[in-house]
Design a protein around this ligand. Structure first.
Ligand code: FES
Ligand code: FES
Length: 150
């Protein structure tokens, strides 16, 4: 049994200690907004927040999470920064196929939580690990800038 704090709710999960967090989120907790892409921490599709910082849930075992707070895309609209990012994403029509976008949004919100007015270099550094096969990078950058002004 592993206790996890996911989106503010602490629950016990009957899973092996070494199960990746992504598997628990998607297959056990039913939180399928977080995506599986590469499985080796190279694409960012599985990004969640662990104590507010972006983390690749495909390579983080549940035992490594401990009692830290996990936030997933399902709860990202619960605070003003997350709401601003969601609105900017919609207003600028960022999404193409959508597969990478929950990870992109998690990284964007984590950036804006520590830096309200990021430079292009800050955005490049924060978003470097999030790959988009559809090439939505210019719209992602524009949406982060828009969200930073709210
Ligand atoms: S699925 Fe985790 S980084 Fe690609
Ligand atoms: S929107 Fe298709 S992979 Fe990013």
């Amino acid at each position: 049994m592993v206790d996890l704090n996911i989106n503010g709710e602490i629950r016990s999960y009957d899973v092996p200690d070494d199960m990746p967090l992504l598997w628990v989120l998607r297959d056990v907790a039913g939180l399928v907004g977080t995506k599986f892409g590469c499985g080796i921490a190279q694409c960012g599709a599985c990004t969640v927040h662990v104590d507010g910082r972006p983390a690749r849930s495909c390579v983080m075992s549940v035992s490594a999470v401990g009692n830290r707070q996990i936030r997933t895309i399902e709860a990202i609209g619960r605070d003003p920064v997350g709401q601003g990012v969601q609105k900017a994403w919609v207003d600028l029509d960022v999404v193409q196929c959508g597969y990478c976008q929950s990870g992109q949004i998690m990284s964007a919100v984590a950036l804006l939580n520590v830096k309200r007015e990021p430079s292009d270099a800050d955005i490049d550094a924060a978003m470097a690990g999030n790959v988009c096969r559809c090439g939505t990078y210019p719209r992602i950058r524009a949406a982060i800038k828009t969200a930073s002004k709210v």
